[in-house]
Design a protein around this ligand. Structure first.
Ligand code: ATP
Ligand code: MG
Length: 274
């Protein structure tokens, strides 16, 4: 029987040792519980390894499928284009219109495939950790956005000196997506305002990108991060819906989490930890 023994000295009033007290406890129950926990842990580790392998295989599969779809798609697009150019005179207006739609659809599908491949690369690329000046990155991304649309008046407020550790290239992609969204979804706000800052949520240092744009319905807050999930139509705001899926993957790879708060017509805030 496994026992745990504890001993102590027994003294009289003056502190003289008059005896030894030993207590032996039957700990077979605890031992059994410990062994059970050990077994469960080994089991859990094995399952986690299996899951990770399965995930990697799925990723590789998605990558090669997307990759291989490009060649036949190029043929569809290329040959429809060729027919449109060379045989336009033999086609009536409706025939030309159909072919134009084939071209447009294959173009669109090519964009979706490119997005999927980019997403896949984000998950597979190795993390290269180092110091990253998030404030400087945000400033650079904002400058780029301004250059792309100099006619827009957007107030960008950036908290100073927010430096962290992570993969600079991937964190830049995160900020490009979050700020790109804030920029896009404030296009109808006057004055438009975007803020990058730092706060503490549940004791964790947390970064956020806040805007005063069109916002969204909180009922769909989790959906936003799924690939190709969009709450706004493409004619209203352009995009394919891959940005936030990319953001989520990058943040998860850094061991953090990302979430959103918003309200229709009241702007949106995207939070992330690292
Ligand atoms: N700042 C924001 N304000 C309001 N809605 C947003 C904001 N950011 C994202 N969303 C909502 O989440 C959806 C998904 O965002 P995501 O960045 O993944 O896609 P996208 O911007 O539409 O396209 P892409 O990023 O691929 O160009 C958006 O279509 C929009 O409905
Ligand atoms: Mg986006």
């Amino acid at each position: 029987v496994p026992v745990s023994v504890s001993c102590g000295l027994v003294r009289d009033k003056r502190g003289k040792i008059i005896g030894v007290l030993a207590v032996a406890r039957d700990v077979s129950e605890r031992k059994r519980a410990e062994e059970e926990i050990k077994r469960l842990n080994v089991d859990l580790q094995r399952r986690a390894a299996e899951l990770s392998t399965a995930n990697q295989e799925l990723e590789a599969f998605a990558y090669s499928v997307s990759h291989d779809l490009r060649a036949p798609l190029r043929s569809i697009g290329g040959f429809s284009q060729a027919v449109l150019k060379r045989y336009a005179s033999q086609l009536d207006a409706q025939g030309q219109n159909y072919l134009q739609r084939v071209c447009a659809a294959s173009q669109r599908m090519a964009e979706l495939i490119e997005d999927l491949l980019t997403l896949s690369r984000v998950t597979r690329a190795e993390l290269r950790r180092g110091p990253v000046d998030l404030s400087a990155l945000v400033a650079a991304v904002a400058a780029e956005l301004r250059q792309g649309q100099p006619e827009r008046q957007v107030e960008v407020v950036i908290a100073d000196g927010l430096v962290t550790t992570g993969d600079a290239r991937l964190l830049q992609a995160v900020l490009e997506n979050l700020l790109g969204n804030a920029w896009k979804f404030t296009s109808k706000s006057d004055p438009a305002r975007i803020e990058f800052g730092h706060t503490i949520v549940d004791g964790q240092p947390t970064y956020f990108v806040r805007d005063n744009g069109v916002g969204f319905d909180m009922g769909y807050a989790d959906k936003l991060f799924g690939p190709f999930q969009r709450l706004h139509s493409a004619d209203e705001f352009e995009g394919t819906g891959i940005g936030l899926a990319t953001v989520q993957r990058i943040i998860r790879r850094h061991g953090g989490r990302v979430w959103a708060e918003g309200e229709v017509d009241q702007g949106a805030t995207f939070y992330f930890t690292l």
